[in-house]
Design a protein around this ligand. Structure first.
Ligand code: NAP
Length: 284
């Protein structure tokens, strides 16, 4: 049986450390501030945004949730961002996706000052990650690296396989594993003989949006399996991209869904907001 990588517990430990750091910053008169913009009334997005606000409050980050109607135009949204770019009390700006169809998410991200782009989605920040000279790391992959480190799982020299090549998970994940000196293979929907590749992995990260797709016969005995997926199965139950019941019998470590990667994603957003505040105040 595998050791379960507990993202919830790890996240609680890490957030306590951040709360201490924020107390120290407060002594210097610095209160990190995060603005989260939500456009429209998507129910799932509203929950994510509320959770981000609660997480900020718990560690002592000032947060401002800006709710805009679904009719908001792209120009109106960008103008709101421009105001936030100039505000001294706001260190991080995040625009919740999905946006209404008439708004181009790329144009919106491009309007956020790179120094306040705490999701690390802008072209400047993506480029900085590529060359290993970043302000911020994208939250989900950064949370996974943090989990691996907290569980003392060595990445250096390991065969790492990432299934998925999205801009927010797969690609940056591969890049971060490579920066940690893993030997990385990226798989996608056109990859041939997927199981032959995944069975070589010492560390397998799965981000494919396919409920319980990865089975035990796709995993090497003793591999570390990180499940990024967040899906609803036919019964409406939350599940990952990995068949946890099967794969936990062969993996050495595995993340559950829920309670694995998910909690660390918001935690890394807190980290990025603290980093932004320190940079904006000339501390780093
Ligand atoms: P995405 O944009 O839909 O990307 C899915 C990737 O999987 C694509 O690159 C796709 O390949 C690949 N893929 C699909 N079917 C495949 C197959 N049969 N074999 C190999 N590769 C295949 O999804 P995403 O945004 O990266 O998200 C992935 C999952 O992570 C989702 O379930 C999402 O909800 C979850 N997620 C969780 C968190 C968290 O905090 N826990 C954060 C973000 C996302 P192509 O590129 O060829 O189409």
């Amino acid at each position: 049986m595998s050791i379960i990588i507990d993202g919830k517990q790890t996240s609680a430990v890490v957030r306590k450390e951040y709360a201490e750091e924020i107390k120290e910053l407060a002594k210097k008169g610095i209160v990190p501030g995060l603005a989260v913009i939500i456009v429209g009334d998507d129910a799932a997005s509203a929950i994510y945004v509320r959770n981000k606000g609660i997480a900020c409050q718990q560690v002592g980050i000032y947060s401002e949730i800006i709710e805009l109607p679904k009719e908001t135009t792209q120009d109106e949204l960008i103008n709101r961002i421009k105001v936030l770019n100039e505000r001294k009390d706001i260190d991080g700006i995040l625009v919740q996706v999905p946006l209404p169809k008439h708004i181009d998410p790329k144009a919106v991200v491009a309007s956020i000052s790179p120094a306040k782009d705490v999701d690390a989605f802008s072209e400047v920040n993506v480029g900085k990650i590529m060359i290993g000279n970043h302000y911020f790391l994208p939250c989900t992959p950064a949370g996974i690296i943090e989990l691996l480190k907290r569980y003392n799982i060595e990445i250096c020299g390991k065969d790492c396989v990432v299934i998925g090549r999205s801009d927010i998970v797969g690609k940056p994940m591969a890049m971060l594993l490579m920066h940690e000196n893993g030997t990385v293979t990226i798989c996608h929907s056109k990859t041939r003989n997927l199981a032959d590749i995944t069975r070589r992995a010492d560390i397998l990260v799965v981000a494919m949006k396919k409920p319980r797709y990865v089975k035990a016969d796709m995993v090497k005995e003793g591999a570390v399996v990180i499940d990024v997926g967040m899906n609803r199965d036919a019964e409406g139950k939350l599940c990952g991209d990995v068949d946890f019941d099967e794969v936990s019998k062969v993996a050495s470590y595995i993340t559950p869904v829920p309670g694995g990667v998910g909690p660390m994603t918001i935690t890394m957003l807190l980290k990025n907001t603290i980093t932004a505040a320190k940079r904006n105040h000339g501390i780093e």
